[in-house]
Write a new protein. Structure first.
Length: 232
């Protein structure tokens, strides 16, 4: 497993991930570094292929550049692509520490998990807001992380879908201490308390960090350490 593991010691939880899809691409390393300096625990890298999700975003070359610029940053790759197995090795070689793929796109889930771990990364399984939780039940015990999407894959800045909280509540009791529950989509200082209460321990935010004027204050608030923004 990578030394920068998402499966951290429980005292550090919840972790906050900065989704770089909302960063300024012209100054990506600087913007990502600013989020890390402001307290983000990891960089969340959204990979979309225009098939699985209606957007084209980031590839292994960008991941490699980011890894070279910020070698200590934990890189959490979220594959929203139709054929995730095509990309595992490429992202491993590009410095990724973790890969999450979608149940809606996966062929053989367990083989994919194995492939990811063979490349020294941890493996996560994601499900979309409209996907029934029964589709992932048999796989939960085999993954390091479950990602519950609280928007439909595609873009930053969408509204949080509250139904995702029920999915989190169903999954949480099934997880071991060394498995993480991640929420992604519309997570901000306003929605994060509900996510934490439901049982999420990794909160990913894009616009909730990068579209705010004070990254540190936003990250603290998302983590649950600051009341300032939630009371606004
Ligand atoms: C959506 C992506 C998310 C998104 C988060 O398809 O997976 O990671 O960038 O952005 P916000 O936090 O703005 O919804
Ligand atoms: Zn994502």
């Amino acid at each position: 497993m990578s030394s920068k593991s998402l499966i951290t010691n429980p005292q550090r939880l919840p972790l906050v991930g900065a989704s770089i899809l909302s960063a300024d691409f012209a100054h990506l390393a600087d913007d990502a570094e600013a989020a890390l300096d402001a307290g983000a625990d990891l960089l969340h890298v959204d990979v979309m292929d225009g098939h699985f999700a209606p957007n084209l975003t980031l590839g292994p070359a960008l991941c490699r550049s980011l890894h070279n610029a910020l070698p200590d940053a934990m890189l959490d790759v979220h594959l929203m692509v139709s054929d995730p197995s095509m990309f595992v090795e490429h992202f491993a070689n590009a410095g990724a520490d973790h890969i999450t793929f979608h149940i809606e796109a996966a062929g053989d889930v367990l083989s994919l998990v194995q492939e990811i771990r063979k490349q020294d990364m941890t493996a996560g399984l994601a499900l979309n807001p409209d996907t029934n939780v029964s589709t992932i039940m048999q796989f939960i015990e085999h993954v390091d992380l479950v990602l519950v999407m609280s928007v439909n894959p595609g873009f930053s800045g969408q509204s949080f879908i509250t139904g995702a909280l029920d999915t989190v509540r169903m999954i949480k009791p099934l997880l071991r201490d060394n498995q993480r529950l991640q929420m992604d989509g519309g997570v901000s200082s306003k929605t994060s308390a509900d996510c934490r209460e439901a049982g999420c321990d990794i909160l990913v935010a894009g616009s909730g960090i990068f579209d705010t004027s004070d990254y540190a204050e936003s990250i603290e608030s998302i983590r649950g350490l600051s009341k300032a923004l939630t009371q606004r």
